[in-house]
Design a protein around this ligand. Sequence first.
Ligand code: FAD
Ligand code: SF4
Length: 474
Amino acid sequence: MGDVRGFLKHDRIKKSHEAIDKRLGHYNEFTKSWKKEEYTNQASRCMDCGIPFCHQGCPLGNKIPDFNDAVYRDDWKEAFHILKSTNNFPEFTGRICPAPCEASCVLGLNNEAVNIEHIEREIIEVAFEQGWERPTVAKKKTSKRVAVVGSGPAGLAAADELFKMGHEVVVYERDKEAGGLLRYGIPDFKLSKQVVARRIALMEQAGVTFKTGLEIGKDVTANELEALYDAVVLCTGSTVPRDLPIEGRELNGVHYAMEFLTHQNKVISGELKALSPELNVHGKNVVVIGGGDTGADCVGTSNRQRANSITQIELLDKPPTARAQENPWPEWPMVLNTSTSHEEGADREWSLLTKRFIGDDTGKLTGLETVKIQWTDKSAFKFEEVTGSNQIIPCDKAFLAIGFVHTQKKGVVEQFDLELDSRGNIKCQKFQSSKPHVFAAGDNRRGQSLVVWAIAEGRKAAMAVDNFLVEVEV
Ligand SMILES: Cc1cc2nc3c(=O)[nH]c(=O)nc-3n(C[C@H](O)[C@H](O)[C@H](O)COP(=O)(O)OP(=O)(O)OC[C@H]3O[C@@H](n4cnc5c(N)ncnc54)[C@H](O)[C@@H]3O)c2cc1C
Ligand code: SF4
C-alpha cells in the first residue's frame, strides 16, 4: 500500500465526460481519461484493508488493492499483469461494469468508494498503447478440439481460456460479427465496437478460429458438432425477450428494446445502410417501458436520434437516494441510479402500470394508457391500482425493455435434448449440462445478468471442460 493516508487526502472524483450537447451529436464513447496524476491520487485512496470486500464484490475476484498499489507506484505494467491474471477483458468491464466491487469497497462505509472501474479501464488502455497486451499462445498444445457456441463475453472468455490451456478452439456465431451483446446490444456510446473488434482480432491472431453467420441447430446440427469436437460449450445468451401481451400490443410502433438497439448498432457499423423508418424516432414521442439499464440505453439512443419527447416508466417504486436500513453495506445498493443517458434528458416515472396501447384507424400507435399502482406485497409481486389515476401518455414509439425470460430452446438446446432448470435456462452441475460433453456458461445458464458475470462463467466453464477432457484421456 503506497500511501497510508491517501483516502484522507483525496476525495473520489467523477469520471470526465464530454459535455451533453456535444456528445448527443454522435454515437462515440464520451468518457475521457483523467490526467495521469489523478490516477495516482485515486489509486492511493485504496486502503489495502485486512479483508478487501471488493474481492468478493467482483465476480472475477479481481485483485483490486494490488493493482491500485501498482498504479500508485506508477508501475502500470505490473498493474496490467495483476489485472489480467483474473480478468480476460478489462477493456469491457472497465467501461460497462456496474462495479459491484465499488458497492462493497470498505471506504464506502463512511466515505465514497475507490474509483475501481475507471482505473481498470486506464490500466488496459495503457497496456494496449504500450504493446503489453499481445496474443497469448499456449505453452503446450493438446490434441483436443472444443467448439464454443456464441461469441458474447461468456463465449469469448471460455474460448480465450481453453485456447491458453492448449486446446484447439472454434467459436461459432450466428450473427455476422462476433461479440454478442457487446456488439449488437450495448450502444456504441457506452462501448465502442472498435474495442470489441480489437479483442477479437487479438484472439484470432493467437489462433482461435471464429466462424460467424452460422447458427448451431440450424446451419450446423448438434450431431454434426458432436462428431467434430471433444466438448462443446454453449454460451448462447438469454435471448427470448419478455413481452407485454396487453391490448394494442400488435400496433405499429410497439417494439422490443433490442430491435431498436441492435438496429442502431448495425447502422453505425455499416452492416445496415440507414435507419428504417420503423426504428427512427426523430421528432417522435418515445415511451420506454422498463426502468433498467436496457431502458436507459433506449433513452440515450432516442436522444441521439433527436426524439421529440422521451418518457421512461417503471412498475416498481422510485428507489431511495441512499441505502435503506435493510439494505446495508456491502450489499448491492438498491438506490436511485441516474445513468449518463438519464443525465442527457428523459422524464422518468415510477409505480406505473401500462394498461393498454392505443392506436388510430390505420393501426399506428398514438398513446399509452397507464395507471398508478400501490404495492401491497412486493415479495409476492402484489399491487393495487390507484382509482382515478389513469392517464394517457402520447406516444409514437414504445420500447419494451422489461428483460429476457430465458435462453432459446428451439435449435441447439432441443437438438442436444438438454435438461432445463425451473426458469427455462440450461441446467448444469459445475457448468456441465445433462450431456457430459456439453457445457454451458453465461446468461443461458444463470439467466439475464452482467458482462462481468459472463466472463467469470466463461472462465469457470473452461476449467470444467479442461478437467473433463483430462478425465476422458485417463
Ligand atoms: C441492451 C443491453 C445492455 C446491456 N448493458 C450492460 C452493461 O452496461 N453492463 C453489463 O455488465 N451488462 C450489460 N448487459 C448484459 C450483458 O450484455 C449480458 O449479461 C452478457 O452479454 C451475457 O453474455 P453471454 O455471452 O452469456 O451472452 P450474449 O452476449 O447474449 O451472447 C450470446 C451469443 O450467442 C449467439 N448465439 C445464440 N444462439 C446461437 C446458436 N444457436 N448458434 C450460434 N450462435 C448463437 C448470439 O447471437 C450471441 O452473439 C446489457 C444487456 C442488454 C440487452
Ligand atoms: S470487473 Fe467490475 S466488479 Fe470486478 S473489479 Fe472491475 S469494475 Fe469491479
